[in-house]
Design a protein around this ligand. Sequence first.
Ligand SMILES: [Cu+2]
Length: 122
Amino acid sequence: MKRILIATIAAPVLAAVVAPAMAEAHAVLVSSRPANGATVTAGAEDIELRFDSRIDARRSRLRLRFPDGREVVLKPAAASTPAIMTAHVGDLGPGAYTLDYQVLAIDGHITRGAIGFTVTKR
Ligand SMILES: [Cu+2]
């Protein structure tokens, strides 16, 4: 199942990364802002996801689910290091949010996860 996904989504990347030493380099989330379960005040938020290895930000995805059920695909910004993915979202109102991420590591493996956080009134 995983292999099929890799073949369809990441074939060009996989071809470039066949070094056996990198076989276990898939990206695991180390920390995030907001953290999973965190409460933040309403307003703009600079989202940051830090992984334990390099990711291909251009082939990675971030999606924010709003309290009203709306889903917005975020555009990751250029990060200071290849293991970090950032995005800016403006004007978050109170409620429960979920940030879904899907990242492609340099070894061609995809990691998916979700971070839940709550926004309270300023
Ligand atoms: Cu891997």
